[in-house]
Ligand binder design. Structure first.
Ligand code: TYD
Length: 135
């Protein structure tokens, strides 16, 4: 288990019409400042390859499936499969992440605690290793 990566099961409201999932800020350890989604990913393409200095995110695959490889500040690694709209991954702290094995129809929705800020990104794995070894 990685301390800063928490798989969550979201509550589904299902009836004979279908299912609904609601995410409210009081269910999350952060206020949502930004939402983005990744879709129409070309076959075989991996994305991500970065960590954040100060960002909390909730990742949900609302359609299809995606795998997320995470490496934490102890350089422990784990791969998480998101393959249902009621599964989510909370990522907080210094975590390197790579998204891969996107299915054809995959739509990855990300709720984030901060606005987009390129200065918050660590996009070089050697730099990530330097930062975690000195933190
Ligand atoms: P990028 O960081 O390459 O995506 P990924 O994490 O999937 O590898 O982002 C793609 C482009 O979108 C890049 O030009 C930055 C921009 N972008 C925004 O403008 N706002 C955002 O919230 C995000 C996540 C990216």
């Amino acid at each position: 288990m990685l301390n800063d990566v928490v798989p969550l099961t979201l509550e589904q409201r299902s009836d004979n019409r279908g299912s609904l999932i609601a995410i409210e800020d009081y269910n999350l350890p952060f206020d949502i400042k930004r939402v983005y989604y990744i879709y129409k990913v070309m076959p075989g393409v991996s994305r991500g390859f970065h960590a954040h200095i100060d960002l909390k995110q909730l990742l949900i695959v609302v359609s299809g499936s995606v795998k997320i490889r995470c490496v934490d500040k102890h350089e422990k690694e784990e791969v998480f499969l998101l393959d249902s709209p009621n599964r989510a991954l909370l990522i907080q702290g210094l975590v390197w992440r790579e998204m891969f094995d996107f299915s054809d129809n995959a739509v990855l929705v990300v709720l984030a605690s901060e606005n987009y800020n390129e200065a918050d990104y660590i996009r070089d794995y050697d730099e990530f290793q330097r930062i975690i070894s000195s933190s």
